[in-house]
Design a protein around this ligand. Sequence first.
Ligand code: 13P
Ligand code: SF4
Length: 343
Amino acid sequence: MSAIQTVDNLDYAFPPKPKPLTDEQKAEYKARIKQLLQDKNAVLVAHYYTDPEIQALAEETGGCVADSLEMARFGRDHDAKTLIVAGVRFMGETAKILTPEKTVLMPTLKAECSLDLGCPPDKFAEFCDQYPDRTVVVYANTSAAVKARADWVVTSSMALELVEHLDSQGEKIVWGPDRHLGGYIQKQTGADMVMWQGACVVHDEFKAKALRDMKKLHPEAAILVHPESPQNIVDMADAVGSTSQLIKASQSLPNDTFIVATDRGIFYKMQQLQPNKTFLEAPTAGNGATCRSCAHCPWMAMNGLVAIAEALEHGGEQHEIHVDPQLAKEAMIPLDRMLAFKK
Ligand code: 13P
Ligand code: SF4
């Protein structure tokens, strides 16, 4: 662990980046992983924020590259006995909760998420207990224990729709943990929400003044924003949405150039689908930027080829996801609701 980042009085270490490989080593690891996937009856499930070569490998081997909702669905519905989840830990835990009979491996169990780290289950339960008449809605980027305390789990691709629905039923909401996503949803729906004050270390870094300056340089560009970004960034967006919704917007908007305020891993899919369009990273620089997470999640970056090969070869406590069966049973209820709502 190399450095400490502080968000809302919470200290945690950023992981070291995997060592770069030569092209020859990369080719060797890819061949080994392909063989291991077959031998172990395993499938690679990767998030859009993982490095391009990991996404390409998932595609080449019949796995999936997706947002967190589709990763959960794909893993649940696939026949493979083993899922290897390239993403962050809550994604592996979700896969295990939905399919306890499968072996769920991760390249590293140390791939955290600042939203999960910033929402300790006991503190969140105390927060919820203050509002017994409210429906508890939590983002998928949380631990199994936080999910177990919730009535609903959401991902950013369906959070707005769900809160709209709950609001239309007259329900008041406890929301956690991302304050920016919660604020965006509250503004869009007018729902009555009290919020846990978490934030994503990647999206929290986008800077409005620098984005305005960049837009002046590229007036023809459309701005795409993930709603984990601060409100003043969302306010400048031509499209706001989850990773998959932003990819769709990059296809459907007529612009040839896009400034993208989310993790740069997403450029792989955007560029693949629209090879003639230009995608630019939204700026994280400017006054007040701490910027060690600059537009790339430090934990997503841990999902390298070496770690994937090791997980498939050895499994074990460094790689296999286990979720306490009682917690899993409780967390399954709001997760199932989420998947059924979005069907
Ligand atoms: P998606 O649900 O859009 O995949 O986003 C997950 C995430 O971690 C965003 O930072
Ligand atoms: Fe969590 Fe942010 Fe990384 Fe997404 S990008 S996994 S919200 S730290």
